[in-house]
Design a protein around this ligand. Structure first.
Ligand code: HEC
Length: 188
């Protein structure tokens, strides 16, 4: 149900973005659509981490831990995996969400296009600023918006630096570890 309502929201935003003047309403610029989707994705991730993972795992009795191999045991997906699951649910709506990094644990989370690579490097150097650019390399013209993903708690750093598949082991608190990428396909 929840996934359906996210799809419905994305659809409404899509129609609004695609319908230019003449359809009775003002068009929402693609950048604003990206910012809105990012705000929703971030809120989702914060609530999942704070109110579910923290309460059931470390801050509670560790009754239901969050682990990478959650499918093989009674465990919750990691926040990054939860993000990917939600992203899969909306990927047929004209929007893509992804969490990627120049130093990914999972190689599938490396940048998808040279522009994504450029944007991830940009937010790493300018964490307070979002990166926006139009990209034609994902099958159809789209706006790519990238927002820095920062190591906000020690657990981010500890887990990534110790992970056997992590290509980088010197992350520190406050570092940009990657970026949230919102891709909004543009009406043609
Ligand atoms: C318990 C371990 C753990 C913790 C804590 C953790 N991560 Fe991760 N993170 C992972 C794993 C494992 C993946 C790869 C998931 C997958 O298979 O796609 C990942 C993926 C990511 C990615 C996508 C790129 C990549 O490395 O594959 C980013 C960005 C990221 N995490 C940032 C963070 C941030 C920021 C925090 C803290 C707010 C955090 N992580 C906390 C284990 C962790």
């Amino acid at each position: 149900m929840r996934a359906l309502s996210i799809k419905a929201l994305a659809l409404v935003l899509g129609l609004t973005a695609a319908n230019a003047a003449g359809a009775g309403g003002a068009a929402v610029p693609a950048r604003e659509v990206a910012d809105m989707l990012y705000a929703l994705a971030l809120a989702n991730r914060t609530v999942y981490t704070r109110d579910i993972v923290q309460r059931l795992g470390p801050a509670g009795d560790g009754v239901v831990p969050a682990t990478e191999h959650y499918l093989d045991s009674s465990a919750l997906p990691l926040p990054a995996q939860m993000f990917a699951l939600v992203s899969e649910e909306i990927d047929d709506t004209g929007y893509w969400l992804s969490l990627r990094s120049l130093d990914p644990i999972n190689f599938a989370n490396a940048p998808l296009t040279p522009l994504e690579e450029e944007g991830l490097a940009y937010v790493q150097a300018n964490p307070g600023e979002a990166f926006y650019a139009e990209d034609a390399a994902a099958g159809a013209p789209s706006l790519v918006a990238i927002y820095a993903d920062v190591a906000s708690v020690e657990a981010c750093v500890a887990c990534h630096n110790a992970h056997p598949r992590s290509p980088r082991r010197d992350f520190a608190l406050g570092d940009v570890m990657g970026g949230v990428i919102v891709r909004v396909f543009l009406p043609q």
